[in-house]
Design a protein around this ligand. Structure first.
Ligand code: SF4
Length: 179
């Protein structure tokens, strides 16, 4: 007897990694909730269209919450992976290996869940793919990726962050209202 399995596949959703702090999970370095969490409307849209996989690369890398504020010095996440840049706290403690470990673990989560995309938190040394702080702890921003978004991008996973997430909604008959 011929079985039509394609009907079932029609309802399978793509998995997407999302920075956990965007869901109001208090995993930020200071233990607070992010001020730009995803609105109810956007969360509802994402739930309808994707399997959501919250990740926090810095916690995955073994760092506690709260933890020291970190910035990338000498480049961005791609530079860190090329060993040309480093992730440090203002007092000089080096967290580079922790953030690389977190990126590797998040990549493994992507493989397990078959996620092909990540929606990250802007300005984060781990999760941004628009702007990051430039390393002087003076509040100055530069264009650049975080360590996890650079790692995922190097492995063919599409990365977006809250600065450029509108492309997530193209073709979904829904327009992002902003956040
Ligand atoms: S590492 Fe990413 S998910 Fe974790 S608190 Fe920072 S921005 Fe949010």
């Amino acid at each position: 007897m011929h079985r039509n399995y394609s009907r079932g596949y029609k309802f399978m959703k793509e998995a997407i990694l999302v920075s956990a702090c965007l869901f109001s999970i208090p995993c930020r370095y200071d233990g607070n909730r992010a001020s730009n969490c995803l609105s109810e409307e956007i969360q509802s849209f994402l739930k309808q269209n994707f399997v959501l996989v919250p990740v926090c690369p810095e916690q995955s890398g073994g760092l506690s919450t709260p933890r020291k504020c970190m910035e990338i010095q000498g480049g961005d996440g791609f530079g860190v992976l090329e060993k040309k840049a480093f992730v440090k706290s203002q007092d000089g403690e080096n967290f580079t290996s922790r953030l690389i470990l977190g990126a590797e673990i998040v990549y493994n989560i992507a493989l397990i869940t078959k996620a092909t995309m990540m929606l990250g938190q802007r300005k984060s040394p781990s999760c941004s793919c628009s702007q990051i702080y430039e390393g002087s702890f003076q509040g100055k921003l530069i264009q650049g990726y975080g360590v996890t978004t650079a790692f995922l991008s190097n492995h063919g996973i599409k990365v977006l962050d809250t600065e450029n997430m509108d492309t997530l909604f193209y073709g979904k008959e829904w327009q992002c209202p902003g956040n």
